[in-house]
Design a protein around this ligand. Structure first.
Ligand SMILES: [Zn+2]
Length: 248
């Protein structure tokens, strides 16, 4: 029994690595419109990973949020949701500028598929003192869901009071999704312009990076914690199911 469990666990991480391996951190797309990709699902929830590749903010390249494109693709597969993710290096930053092609695609999917919730997934640097940071514009972007999301993450061992840094949930402190002067975050855009509830999730590298790829911007090798990556995958997969049935 134990052997079977271990096999299925590593299958999850293999699948995550396979999906991430198709993402081109450093290369620009040959055709315009190919820098991000959309896959449909049956559940009216939309996952987003705008920073899965190197992107461009104020004329400067910003490094990829590794494994976030692979992560949302995997969750979408497991939970049968819609997903939009960065596939090639971007000339812009959809979590900064208004009116980007990525945001236009989000709007189209949200309206056409009557999406009930948008989860925007990002990654933070290793020095951050939390496992997951939930950003909801201090509750404004998903007033009816915020408490349930927190309670749900607690069931999977992520809480504001956790002693272990990687189990710590930061709630609207380090990353509120409000952005700074001149920034329009995806969470803000979805809530304020499309009036659909949304939240931003920032993940620590240990919760998402199976193994740093050779093309990654960060040069030194890195491996996340396999058990924690699995817990994170399971937490988000079942969170989708909860969001799908909750009232909008
Ligand atoms: Zn990001």
């Amino acid at each position: 029994m134990k052997a079977i469990e271990e096999t299925s666990k590593s299958d999850l991480l293999h699948r995550l690595s396979d999906l991430e391996a198709e993402v081109r951190y450093q290369e620009f797309a040959e055709q315009p419109g190919e820098e991000f990709s959309y896959n449909p699902g049956r559940i009216p929830v939309l996952l987003s990973a705008p920073h899965g590749t190197v992107h461009t903010r104020l004329d400067k390249p910003k490094q990829e949020d590794e494994y976030t494109s692979g992560f949302v693709r995997l969750i979408a597969e497991l939970a049968d949701t819609h997903v939009i993710f960065a596939l090639y290096r971007s000339q812009t930053d959809p979590n900064w500028y208004p009116d980007t092609p990525y945001k236009q695609a989000l709007r189209e999917v949200v309206e056409r598929e009557a999406i009930r919730f948008v989860l925007d997934i990002h990654g933070v640097a290793e020095h951050r003192k939390f496992g997951i940071a939930l950003g909801t514009l201090h509750g404004k972007s998903c007033p009816k869901h915020r408490k349930n999301i927190v309670r749900h993450l607690e069931k999977f061992g992520f809480s504001q009071k956790a002693d272990e840094i990687l189990r710590r949930l930061d709630l609207d402190r380090a990353f509120t999704a409000e952005g700074i002067e001149g920034q329009e975050t995806i969470t803000r855009y979805i809530w304020e312009s499309l009036v659909v509830p949304a939240a931003q999730f920032e993940l620590h590298p240990s919760l998402r990076i199976v193994e740093r790829r050779p093309e990654a911007t960060e040069p030194q090798p890195f491996q996340g914690v396999p058990e924690l990556i699995e817990v994170t995958i399971n937490a988000f997969t079942s969170l989708i199911n909860e969001l799908a049935v909750s009232s909008p």
